[in-house]
Design a protein around this ligand. Sequence first.
Ligand code: KIV
Ligand code: ZN
Length: 519
Amino acid sequence: MTDENRVFIFDTTLRDGEQSPGATMTHTEKLEIAALLDEMGVDIIEAGFPIASEGDFEAVSDIARQTKNAVICGLARANFKDIDRCWEAVRHAVRPRIHTFIGTSPLHRGITNLDQDQMVERIHETVSHARNLCDNVQWSPMDAIRTERDYLARVVEVAIKAGATTINIPDTVGYTLPSESAEIIRELIERVPGADEVIFATHCHNDLGMATANALAAVSAGARQIECTINGLGERAGNTALEEVVMALKVRRDLMPYQTGIDTTKIMNLSRRVAQVSGFPVQFNKAIVGKNAFLHESGIHQDGVLKNVETFEIMKPADIGITETNIAMGKHSGRAALRSKLADLGFDLADNQLNDVFVRFKALADRKKEIYDDDLIALMSDSAANTDSDYIQVKWLRVICGSDGQEAELKLLVDGIEKSASMTGDGPVDACFKAVKAIYPTQAHLKLYQVHAVTEGTDAQATVSVRLEEEGRIVTGSAADTDTILASVKAYVGALNRLRVRSQKTAPDADVKSISYKL
Ligand code: KIV
Ligand code: ZN
């Protein structure tokens, strides 16, 4: 592999991904995801936006301290205060990077009230300031695609002269098409003095479903850094999905002879973990990591695959780390079998963790005859999300429902004290949530209530996600159970626990990344 063929993978799951409303992760979850990304071979991890909140600052600093290989990057607007704060957080890294940006399109210049010359001045000052602090500086003209081409070339030149080492070209609103994405990168590389001294990056959003295609087109035109997120998480329709670009480059090496440093066998586990902690499930037909991505339903396909797997499969499940045989486990399965199965699924547990999961596994096996991989994944997610040390815990629930009306009797442990309530409602879930509120009054608004069946059959577990919003803080709770109503209450209580933790740590609005792009 020559250097020209190496494409750097810049993962922004923890910054742009976490920016999607409700996808906020806890500090521990962010550290865990960063460690998995580093292990998978991501070159640069954008760990957060340090000025956005105290929580973001601490997460970026701790990720910087713990990361062994990847460059750790933080985001900063084009002002000295943001950049200094960013440096404070990333400077602990073995390889720190400051990423500073400003909106350069006419629309964004309007918001910042800077004319073209004033903006050029601002870019020069801020990039120079960042470069004086850190020798690895990335600069982004936000909304580059809708910026006048001549002006874009001018600001890119200024940033390079001021010391930027990576120039990122964001398609902030997911507006471009592959031909244009390539054309802009090619033009900048050809016409901007000093372009050969820096790496060009592509950062695409998926509003028109083009993010992967646009990123790959940019690479074929000379970009050598792809900005992406696991599962394509991100604002609105999300960002380029890491798994898609990495696997496209792997599978179509004949047309795109570029190489990444990603160990693709780690993709599936990371995808599952990000789905769990963000509360954003992966759609079944999602490329690469969707539940159906390697399923062959029709007779012709099944027959073809059995005769020669290449007839209908362009990559192997094992390439992305799907090793499961999906052999069902049951109540006679022992601890060792469970440990080995979980290890296959990417969960390496210490003995005490295994004991806890084993108890939950046995309880599930009593209610469900056959336990499949997806059941175990749901069980692991539930164990991580709802623990015995939570401030509020579900102790007991009885629900009466049917054509005569619905009533929920509920007992919760709140800070170790048992409290109970009985409520009626419009449906069993409504009655239960009212009972929770009667015990633990809250102003939080329900933003999302979502139920999924984990497997087939009427004894399937349900995974439930509940998203709540209070004073600008948004959290998601999740739970799994064969009893959908119980899972709903656990998810709701889980969200309340998260809100409580968050309100202790941050001021109102502190989690909302709606800090303005004004300077
Ligand atoms: O989409 C965008 O423009 C961004 C920038 C901050 C790089 O995320
Ligand atoms: Zn973005």
